[in-house]
Design a protein around this ligand. Sequence first.
Ligand code: NCD
Ligand code: ZN
Length: 367
Amino acid sequence: IPAIRERPPMPPTLILPRPDDFHVHLRNGMVRFLATPFTAEHFGYALVMPNTRPCPILTAEDAMNYRRDLMQYFPENKDFHPLMSIQITDKTTPDMITGTKAIVTAGKLYPEGVTTNSDNGVRDFKRLYPVFEAMQKEGLVLCLHGESPDHNISGLNREAAFLPQLREIAIKFPGLQIVLEHITTHDAIREVESLPNNVAATITAHHLWITIDDIIGYSQRSQGKLRPHNFCKPIAKHEFDRQALCHAATSGNPKFFFGSDSAPHPVDDKECSRVCAGCFTSPVALSILAEVFERMNALHLLEDFLSVHGKNFYGLPPRMNAKKITLIKESWVVNGSTSADWPNADYRRPILIIPFLAGETLTWRVT
Ligand code: NCD
Ligand code: ZN
């Protein structure tokens, strides 16, 4: 009698509505060509950051041209919907805000010099109050990189030092929707929770995964070595903060939703003596989130974090016909790099981008 072969049990599967990414850097030039497909493949709405170089996105016209340009990379993909932001600088005027809602979703404000491509950032926030007023009227969301630009404050304390600034703006402009971007600390979570409902925050996948010791080579996982591909701003903080972020993301509180802050850089800018801040997380973010939510016994809340809270805060309609996304519980090893030749004299070599967690094994895979 032939042995009856039992069918192996199906691995656990998660089928989710298409997730949204409310903070992503798609860049321009060659990096854009490499990075954009990863976001377009898995996400529905994506709020695209304006800190491109050499030309930042400063006006509605810039945003429109940038969007048109990005659309080349997914002409057939009706499921992906980039939302555009403009950068708010000292040169932004209320006139540049009025009448832009059809094109622009948000204004992104960087304090001066706090992160990659923020040399044109702001020091005196009060001077921008007329611009915030116009944003409030127009219905644009204000996205804040929440770190103090004060060089006398240690990098690890810059986010906490920014919180009074956030409070002041939130109270002064109660009708202005404000997102504190990529929060990293217990203090920021408590502040966002305690402020009125015009304030929300994005949380990245990498800040749920690593601490500062995984960057500077003090954790077991880092094997004692400095890890430039884990370096971003705001820099990941302590285990206590990471745990607070995991609790906030899985709490079901609608003030917290996903923004990857996926920020690709060519390998030469990550493996060198002056390392650029930014982790390229688009290829791994959903796998990380599934693992984190599973560990927190909160897989049933993943959908809210990924595709409900953000849309609600931004007042965006659900996209009923967009393709769903399936994750299965199956180990996979993250690709070492993504690369392409670029027929352009600017780039002498094929360009290479190393994803976050390259070479490591994750337990949930997007099919
Ligand atoms: C971002 C980048 O590279 O553009 N870098 C980062 O470390 N997150 C900028 C930013 O969002 O801070
Ligand atoms: Zn960012």
